[in-house]
Design a protein around this ligand. Sequence first.
Ligand code: ARG
Length: 396
Amino acid sequence: MSVSNDLYPNASSPLERKDSGVPYVRQGLKVESYNDFDPLKHVIVGIADNQHIPEQCPASNEKIPADSPMRGGKAGRRTQETIDRANECLNGFAKILENRGIIVDRPGAVDWHQRVTTPDFTISSGFGCMPPRDCLLTMGKSILMAPMSFRSRYFEYLAYVDLLREYFESDPECLIEQAPRPRLSDDSFRMDYVAAYEFLSDEETMARSLRKEYSTKETDILFDAADVMRLGKDIFVQHGLTTNLAGIRWIKRKYEPQGYRVHTLSFEDNHPIHIDATFCPLRPGLMLLNPHRPLFKGQREIFEKNDWQIVEAVSPAWDNPPPLCYSSTWLSMNTLILDHKTVCVEATETGQMEQFDKLGFEVIPVDLRDAYAFGGGLHCATADVWREGTREDYFP
Ligand code: ARG
């Protein structure tokens, strides 16, 4: 992977800082976060530069709804016009956060147009510096780079390595970690499922998903960070296409000795990938659930027993996702909570904004829809570095 600063006008410039050969130290920088709702102090916001639409890989088709234009054969560079517009949105979002005193970092410095080759597979390109939420899991004072389950995203962590190096040098308590790397060879996937996928109806994919059969097998340890929902001592992980049971076992074995409790969640969803447009914590005691994706039987209990309220999200404002978008219209509920009373919502999602208003939030509209195609909504487009607050026990 080659590196050039000219390629990344929107990247914060960790490369320049590295020129001296001495890692940059930022005074007062802190890495710590235990949930998605305590006061946000420092965050990473993705950039759209050089994003590539990768060719199909075994895990990718299953993610994409049957009517999406992204199914099959669209590989190639995104147009500069769409990249510029997405960056305009992402930069505007970053500015809104900065104006509220939140520190914002931007990733950068990998050429995604290059072929990705390992001893086990080859694919014509990488993906991009969006969305950071999929790749980075902040657990207390550590940041973990997730294994990732798409071949095109195998090297995505490189976009964050320079920033993470800075965090490591700047906060003496911060630990940077890497989960086991998967092979993602043809043995990692049910290749017969992959071949048949194109021809399955939504009913068939739903039936398969309810049986918990996905194109990803249990061969590798697999999870994307965005399948992990952090609620203080309790960590809820979605089992689905991008996270397998071995991945959840690994998360359990890694974090339970540190006093976390790890729970598995499943939803009635035919494309179960990334929990943050499905089940989202809003503040202590309050969850937002996608009404089209009910929790599996018995899985509401832990919330109800602990007096958490689960409200259903209102319908999205749009009937279709924007062109060349991988996600569903439910990015409407993919929001960034700044503290227990303040939430950033995509500016066209009027219904969702009203719902938050009624739930007692100050709502900050953010123009981001034209960045959706680059990997998701406001929550996806960010990754926590520091939120105030401690590791609470919400489910005693
Ligand atoms: N599966 C979700 C949907 O299409 C998209 C989630 C995107 N989240 C993310 N972190 N990239 O509804």
